[in-house]
Design a binder for this molecule. Structure first.
Ligand code: HEC
Ligand code: HEC
Length: 297
């Protein structure tokens, strides 16, 4: 392909002057820009001038032009903050007077609780329970409807305010599974047998449990474990004893983890927040956790 410059001349077909540019015999016609294009172009020019006048636009030696509206992101942020504070001042007193049950029934108060609760959860709880409350080994999942200490509003509130095995709160939730192995309450063999039985409650054994082992395991369980975990291993929220007959585990569903727990329980600690956080935040957190997934009536 070659580009050549020629004198501009008239195109014989359209009768329009050419620009003098030619590519392989094709000549460029010297048509004016379409009118609609010109109009849009002029509008953008006017718009830009208007923008320079009212908004900060041009750099100067000492900063930039301020514009007639003197708009800044800081001012905008400040206005938004004031608006939020004003809204909080109307809702907060009503929220503080309302019971947890009232809050759940009132969409506006509930939204206030969830917004504040989400922020507080990220600050104080996510380190252990995960940012979405999904938990991890030793830290219960707060999204599901299986509760160790109960999923009703007042139960969740008590757990958060007083903690679990918290050393600095006399009202903390307390329950100590015995160290059956370490303290010699059960032989290593019996511990293995009852661990297999526990696995069988949720059908987790690698090979089906022989009847004799099942009977023996059930006996040991009834004598040593059922008082806290329930006859069928369904758990007991008054004692904070997790259900052993479901697919959800605080620690792990392996034989090794279960044997370790029976030998020497972990006694997980959750701090008491009652003295660290104000009443409003405690209520917001309670509602937030309650609405995460499995809150109970
Ligand atoms: C230092 C770690 C830690 C922090 C921080 C923590 N938790 Fe916990 N939380 C735990 C542990 C461990 C348990 C389970 C203890 C047990 O029963 O064995 C627990 C249990 C709970 C339970 C009971 C769950 C059930 O199934 O009954 C709730 C509700 C809860 N935490 C909410 C919170 C909230 C809300 C915060 C933030 C204010 C928080 N936790 C901060 C460690 C923590
Ligand atoms: C005094 C009440 C109590 C008794 C008795 C008890 N436990 Fe526990 N158990 C608990 C509590 C409370 C927990 C919660 C975690 C912790 O304390 O470490 C627990 C946790 C467990 C876990 C972990 C569950 C999970 O979700 O990861 C297993 C497994 C377990 N117990 C098995 C047994 C077996 C088997 C026996 C009988 C040999 C037994 N427990 C006796 C209170 C008890």
């Amino acid at each position: 392909m070659s580009e050549q410059h020629h004198q501009s001349d008239k195109d014989p077909v359209s009768g329009v002057n050419t620009t003098g540019h030619e590519w392989d015999g094709l000549k460029e016609l010297n048509n004016p820009a379409p009118r609609w294009w010109l109009i849009v172009f002029l509008i953008t020019v006017v718009w830009a001038i208007g923008y320079w006048v009212v908004y900060p636009a041009w750099p100067t030696l000492s900063g930039h032009t301020q514009g007639l509206w003197a708009w800044t992101q800081f001012k905008q942020l400040d206005e938004q903050r004031q608006e939020i504070a004003a809204r909080q001042n109307t809702i907060a007193p009503r929220f503080d007077d309302a019971s947890l049950e009232d809050i759940v029934k009132d969409p506006e108060l509930q939204a206030f609780a969830r917004a504040g609760g989400a922020v507080a959860f990220r600050n104080y709880c996510a380190a252990c329970h995960g940012s979405g409350g999904a938990g991890g080994p030793g830290y219960p999942n707060l999204n599901d409807d299986s509760w160790i200490w109960g999923g009703k509003l007042d139960q969740i509130y008590a757990t958060i305010a007083h903690g679990i095995r918290a050393h600095d709160d006399p009202e903390t939730r307390q329950s100590e599974m015995m160290a059956f192995g370490k303290d010699g309450l059960l032989s290593a063999q019996d511990i293995g047998t009852v661990a297999d039985y526990v696995l069988s409650l949720s059908g987790k054994n690698e090979t089906p449990l022989p009847d004799a082992a099942k009977t023996k395991g059930a006996e040991i369980f009834a004598a040593n474990c059922a008082a806290c975990h329930g006859e069928a291993g369904q758990g007991n929220i008054d004692l904070g004893a997790p259900a052993l007959n479901d697919a959800l585990w605080l620690y792990a569903d392996t034989r090794e983890a279960i044997v370790a727990q029976i030998n020497k329980p972990k006694h997980g600690v959750m701090p008491a927040w009652g003295k660290r956080l104000d009443e409003r935040t405690l209520k917001q957190l309670t509602i937030y956790v309650h609405t995460l997934g499995g809150g109970q009536e």
